[in-house]
Design a protein around this ligand. Structure first.
Ligand SMILES: Cc1ncc(C[n+]2csc(CCOP(=O)(O)OP(=O)(O)O)c2C)c(N)n1
Ligand SMILES: [Mg+2]
Length: 804
């Protein structure tokens, strides 16, 4: 472990020219004052919450000097100084985010959708196409859960390895220059206690990727000191076993003090160089940082730091130390530094005011429009007094927000309900216009709004002829993946047992030896960072297929999918995309951890992703093909029991696609519509044949994708014919089936066409018991389906269908 001390000053070095040092001082000062003013804004009630980067400024100006075009940051809420230093955040934008200003130019990280301290650069043009990332300083889009920046950091770094070592990618010159890009991570000392931190560090050591992680160590995580977080109280000490040596690859570990400017410059420069040239991962433990204003606006640090610590923090404040350094090295005198500080303060004030004006004027304008319209409506209304009162109260609101305006207008429209349409027409038209604007401000971009939207992928039917051979389902996938690896150099897959044996069900059998280890690779057992590897590489223009061996183990990775992937397009308002495809397998098998079908969990947490539930491998291959033509992230859940079932090999493999969001009618019928998906399709089809024998004809629909759900209204059309519906799956009661029912009842308006109560067929509420009998008594069987349908028909016509 190397402890970087101050090195002899070399004023000839570009990093240490007098101007450069003073520029760093200026940025640090601007950032400090932005933090101080930001906190006051919250206490004045102009913003709801604030978390700031004070105390961490010096390390970040030094990091910025080592950061190069094409590099990526994945960090956390303390990094404002770095963002200022690389020129990807203006002070005005910083305050715009604090106020939650929804204008994307004013607040390019999240268009007001995230609380302050969540940084991001925009990788995409307005039409959703990629910018040239090699000509930009890039920051992945931050998320709040501590340490969750780590898994995708691994992927961002892994992309450099692929770009350097996979010659097939050399033409993708807008994403990488020979894999020279470093992925720089930042994390707080306390957050290193999270499992995903260690998982990411271990994976980086195994993969040898250019990942530099800086731990900002201020001794605390909110109120809890290091002794409660980390064995030996030191993250660099506990990571010593990962350290590389002459004999073994590993991680370079550097320790440096957060107030020592030259040492910091040196540490980041040498870490950057090592990672960039040799793809060696580096951990920089930045010690002795402070937190002058405490953790956030939620409380004061006087509650948990004693006076000795508070005094120490004052003395060792990195900006105070930087000032001493500049003075003692005669780089500038006190007057010059005071002048820089005065100017920094003035700039922050001016930019803050500009941000506030832009934000508040937009709302005031809306408020004024509403007041005028309310008064006009009052004029024609029989309830004049009430409407005028709403207008007057609205016009007096201090620091109004949009909600104030909309509440008043909606109350007024309710009050005006008995008046003539003419009295309220203008107000109503304005209200509807605002609804559209507000939808765009607060609700848009859950899914891609670009030409690469999954919904826009053209459907190409699979073709077969009489000679099409019957093969094991897995062979269809294997042939499809082989073709795709051949055709698209951006496509690659990785996961547990995916490389050498070609996955546990052999859909990639032989493909590693054919296409190479970089295209089809084994990973450690680490679902969380498998997803992270996928996110980071997708953020850099690649098309990863990340494999989670069994659906039951998605739980380890679902947090990253939910917190990061699923909401990426939404939270950046189309500024970034990560078209990661997760491949996994589930449904029928046996036992608590090998047969789950937790679709409710997936449907609740992964809004923003496409959820594909193919009934067989032919459909799965068509879905993968469609997904690769779109820019949306997706999960495909293959049927665990389907790999060895026989299917006909399509003639146009690699060309045909399955329309995403389009159910397929598997069997036509007249009496009941049975809506299902995945492995249940077989069971329901078997039940349908038996029911036909006793004279009941059910229509069976495979929804194919749960998100999006039946955008064509195919289920509704069927119910209009049969007037009865049952939703069936293998999930617990009230989960996947409840979702399907809600979608059909509310979105397809079929209630009035129903002659019987809509019903569900599900598994038991517990996880399935082991063995074939365990399956039979836990999950819905053919008999269960038959009996449910029969009972329904009995209710309709007890004479024709007497009780069993
Ligand atoms: C997974 C998760 N747990 C808890 C929190 C709440 N939280 C926010 S910041 C924080 C402390 C982080 O401390 P540290 O990593 O040392 O960073 P610092 O704020 O000191 O820079 C906690 C517990 C969170 N955001 N995410
Ligand atoms: Mg801390």
């Amino acid at each position: 472990m190397s402890e970087v001390q101050s090195v002899p000053k070399n004023l000839n070095s570009p990093n240490l020219s007098k101007e450069a040092v003073l520029e760093d001082f200026r940025i640090a000062m601007i950032s400090r004052h932005a933090s101080l003013v930001g906190r006051k804004e919250v206490f004045m009630g102009k913003a709801k919450f604030g978390i700031f980067g004070d105390g961490k400024e010096l390390a970040q100006v030094a990091l910025a000097r080592a950061f190069q075009l094409g590099d990526f940051r994945s960090g956390y809420y303390r990094d404002q100084t770095f963002m200022f230093a690389i020129g990807e955040l203006t002070v005005q934008q910083y305050f715009a985010q604090l106020y939650a200003y929804t204008n994307v130019t004013a607040e390019p990280a999240s268009a007001g959708r995230l609380m302050n301290g969540h940084f991001a650069t925009r990788s995409l043009n307005e039409d959703g196409s990629w910018k040239d990332l090699t000509k930009k300083y890039n920051s992945a889009a931050d998320i709040s859960p501590t340490a969750a920046q780590m898994p995708k950091l691994l992927g961002l770094a892994y992309a450099s390895k692929l770009y350097r070592e996979n010659k097939g990618l050399k033409d993708l010159s807008t994403f990488s220059v020979n894999g020279n890009e470093v992925a720089w991570g930042t994390i707080g000392n306390a957050s290193t206690s999270e499992g995903m931190f260690y998982e990411s560090i271990n994976a980086a050591g195994v993969l040898q990727v250019p990942m530099v992680v800086s731990v900002w160590d201020d001794g605390y995580g909110i109120s809890v000191p290091n002794e409660y977080h980390t064995t030996k109280g030191s993250i660099s000490e506990v990571l010593a076993g990962f350290e590389r040596s002459d004999a073994q690859k590993g991680i370079e570990i550097i320790r440096v003090k957060g107030w020592d400017y030259e040492a910091l410059l040196n540490a980041f420069a040498s870490a950057g160089e090592l990672a960039r040239t040799s793809h060696v991962p580096v951990l920089i433990h930045v010690l002795e940082l402070t937190q002058p204003q405490g953790h956030s606006t939620s409380g004061s640090h006087e509650r948990y730091k004693d006076s000795k610590r508070l005094q120490w923090e004052k003395e060792w404040d990195c900006i105070a130390k930087f000032r001493e350094y500049i003075l003692s090295n005669k780089i500038a005198n006190a007057d010059a530094l005071d002048k820089i500080e005065t100017e920094a303060k003035a700039l922050v004030k001016q930019e803050k005011e500009a941000a506030w004006s832009a934000f508040s004027n937009e709302i005031k304008k809306e408020l004024n429009e509403a007041v005028v319209l309310l008064k006009a409506a009052a004029h024609h209304s029989t309830r004049k007094v009430l409407i005028n009162q709403l207008a007057d109260e609205l016009s007096k609101t201090i620091n109004p927000i949009r909600k104030d305006v909309m509440v008043a207008v909606r109350k007024a429209l309710l009050t005006l309900r008995l008046d003539s349409p003419a009295a309220k027409a203008d107000l109503k038209a304005w209200y509807e216009k605002q609804n559209d604007l507000n939808f765009d401000r607060y609700n848009s971009h859950l899914y891609s709004q670009t030409e690469w939207s999954a919904l826009k992928v053209e459907e190409v039917p699979a073709q077969f002829n009489d000679n099409s051979p019957l093969v094991d389902g897995r062979e269809i996938l294997q042939s499809y993946f082989d073709l795709t690896l051949e055709k698209d150099p951006r496509f690659f897959t990785f996961g547990e047992d995916v490389g050498k044996i070609g996955d546990v069900n052999q859909a990639f059998a032989g493909l590693q030896s054919k296409h190479g280890e970089l295209r089809v690779s084994d990973t450690g057992i680490r679902e969380c960072t498998i997803i992270g590897q996928g996110i980071g590489t997708a953020l850099r223009g690649l098309r990863p297929l990340a494999e989670i061996q069994y659906l039951d183990y998605l739980l380890y990775g679902i947090q990253m999918l939910s917190d990061d992937v699923a909401c990426l397009n939404y939270r950046t308002k189309g500024g970034q995309k990560a078209p990661l495809i997760v491949r996994t397998r589930g449904h029928r098998l046996e036992g608590v951890w090998h047969s789950g079908s937790p679709m409710g969990m997936i449907l609740s947490t992964l809004r923003g992703m496409i959820v594909c539930v193919p009934r067989d491998m032919t459909q799965a291959a068509g879905m993968y093909n469609a997904l690769l033509k779109s820019d949306e992230p997706a999960i495909v859940i293959e049927c665990l029991n389907g790999y060895r079932l026989k299917e006909q090999m399509p003639l146009n493999l690699g060309e045909y696609t399955v329309a995403l969001g389009k159910p397929e009618v598997l069997r036509e019928g007249t009496e009941v519509t049975l809506v299902t998906y995945g492995s249940m399709c077989r069971i329901v089809m078997e039940a349908a044949s038996e029911l036909a024998e006793i004279g009941i004809n059910i229509e069976v629909i495979d929804v194919q994708t749960l998100l999006p759900f039946d955008v064509y209204g195919i289920v509704g059309k069927s119910i209009k014919k049969t007037n009865r519906v049952i939703f069936a799956d293998e999930d617990v009661p009230g989960a996947g089936t409840a979702f399907m029912m809600q979608q059909v009842l509310e979105r397809q308006e079929i209630f009035k066409f129903l002659d019987s109560e809509p019903q569900t067929i599900t598994a038991q509420a517990h996880r399935p018991a082991y063995s074939s009998d365990g399956d039979y008594f836990s999950k819905p069987s053919v008999e269960d389906v038959i009996e449910k349908v029969y009972a329904l028909m009995h209710e309709v016509d007890p004479k024709k269908y007497p009780a069993i």
